[in-house]
Design a protein around this ligand. Structure first.
Ligand SMILES: [Zn+2]
Length: 481
């Protein structure tokens, strides 16, 4: 059903002039009746949503599940024993949550091993002598070899600067990408999006012009001593060179020293690219009672980086997704549409799980009415981003915004924008793609670092996220789009 709250008058048209008074009276009575029933529907939804929040905050299990995923299983880099343990553990958990089918979906994931922690130091500097740097290998990169790499740093602030310098400027040197995330962006994910090309593509651009290694300023809004890892892109016809990330405090220090003269560093990293291995998405499904051909998906990614515990990224998203069906059951709601909970594998360094899911779904001519990914952390909910094909987006966006009176009391709003990497390939099915958007101010304090641990996820904030997602998906399931 569409637009149930605000547009009842469009159902009635007075087309016969002679009978206009009668029609007006009947219309008026029907409008009174209809708006009363709409008000009742809205009150009933408001009551249901309040019940969802009450249950999440008093009987929610997601925090315990996150403790298990982070403390008992730990880091879950795709292809690692931790990821495999997580697959089987989450399958067993899903078996207890009320789905009528739980299964694994195969995918082939790249395998990367960091080896011993990387080291870096400024050497023989005219101002400070020799000092250690806080560095970490970037994902998918090769190591420097046992002797490390020594070279002069060339500081740049964009990929284009490297292209403009060409081989004359960077060959035989270590390219230091030092453009900070823009602190004026209120949504830190926008600042991340504006800076992360340096980490993702810096290696390829620098290697093309003969650089011997790459050092990238960590992707964080803060100034601290913790280096952030993350994936780099590799291109077949470009030589693989070592790439490391350096803490923002050390990046600032290097930049200051470069204003006073040349800076030479010694870097040692130990990454190894290994042959791909089989892995799995974990999927739970409950067939819809009246619209089984329309699928509503909720998901997060089960893999994480190998440092920290993958608590915010993306253990929180996984347990948000797992919590939806149990919350519906606690309030006695059975979905009309087919509900699927998907824990995707390998979002961080390959997206193999996402691709396997949407390739199979598209090949089977499935229709996802809505798909929601939670991959922005377990912080206080602020709302959802929404995207869809142009032809349907305006209608969908109007429908979900009609529900705002029900969601605003919980601090939720909608914005148009990207949803989630793992579900992006479902867009062509014509449904609505959603991203859960919690407060983003602290996310990059933890993202891809040793600090992304269970202790840094607040129980109530996590539960409120699960309640927010469950409430929106309840409205979509009950009313359609
Ligand atoms: Zn993530």
């Amino acid at each position: 059903m569409k637009n149930i709250y605000h547009r009842p008058a469009t159902l009635f048209q007075t087309t016969t002039p002679g009978a206009s008074n009668v029609v007006k009276k009947v219309t008026f009575c029907l409008l009174v009746f209809l708006s009363a029933s709409c008000m009742f529907a809205q009150q009933s939804d408001a009551f249901t949503i309040k019940s969802i929040y009450d249950k999440a905050l008093t009987e929610g299990e997601c925090h315990d599940w996150l403790r298990h995923l982070t403390k008992e299983i730990g880091p879950r880099l795709a292809g690692s024993p931790g990821a495999e343990a997580a697959v089987h553990s989450m399958r067993r958990l899903m078996d207890t949550l009320g789905f009528d089918t739980v299964y694994l979906q195969a995918c082939t994931v790249p395998r990367w091993d960091r080896g011993a922690p990387a080291t870096g130091r400024i050497i023989n500097n005219g101002v400070i002598g020799t000092e250690e740097l806080r560095v970490i290998s970037l994902g998918n990169t090769i190591g420097t070899g046992p002797n490390g790499v020594t070279g002069e740093l060339v500081e740049v602030f964009s990929l284009k600067e490297v292209e403009d310098m060409g081989a004359a400027g960077v060959a035989g040197k270590i390219v230091f990408f030092n453009r900070p995330m823009d602190p004026t962006q209120l949504q830190t994910f926008r600042a991340y999006g504006g800076a992360v090309d340096q980490r993702g593509m810096g290696l390829v651009v620098a290697a093309r012009f003969g650089a011997k290694a790459v050092l990238v300023r960590s992707m964080t809004t803060g100034l601290d001593d913790v280096p952030h890892t993350g994936a780099v892109a590799l291109v077949d016809d470009v030589e693989k060179i070592p790439a490391l990330s350096v803490s923002t405090n050390d990046a600032e220090k290097i930049s200051r020293l470069l204003r006073q003269g040349t800076v030479e560093v010694h870097l040692r990293s130990n990454g190894r690219i290994l042959p791909p291995v089989p892995s799995y998405n974990v999927i739970g499904e409950l067939r819809g009672t009246t619209h089984p051909d329309e699928i509503i998906l909720v998901g997060g990614h089960l893999d994480s980086w190998d440092v920290g515990e993958g608590a915010h990224d993306d253990g929180a998203g996984c347990v948000h997704a797992l919590q939806v069906l149990p919350l519906w059951q606690k309030i006695g709601y059975r979905p009309k549409r087919t509900f699927r909970c998907v824990l995707f594998m390998n979002e961080e360094n390959g997206l193999a799980g996402g691709r396997a899911y949407w390739d199979a779904s598209n090949a089977n001519n499935e229709y996802h009415l809505a798909a929601l990914e939670s991959d922005s952390g377990g912080f206080t909910p602020r709302g959802f981003s929404a995207q869809a094909e142009d032809a349907v987006f305006t209608d969908y966006y109007r429908t979900i915004n009609d529900w705002l009176p029900l969601l605003e009391p919980y601090g939720l709003h909608f914005e148009s924008g990207g949803s989630g990497a793992d579900i992006s390939g479902l867009k062509s099915q014509g449904g609505l793609l959603l991203g859960f958007k919690p407060d983003s101010q602290r996310y990059f304090d933890f993202h891809h670092t040793a600090n992304d641990v269970f202790e840094n996820v607040n129980k109530r904030e996590l539960e409120l996220g699960a309640a927010s997602i469950t409430s929106l998906l309840y409205l979509i399931d009950k009313h359609g789009l």
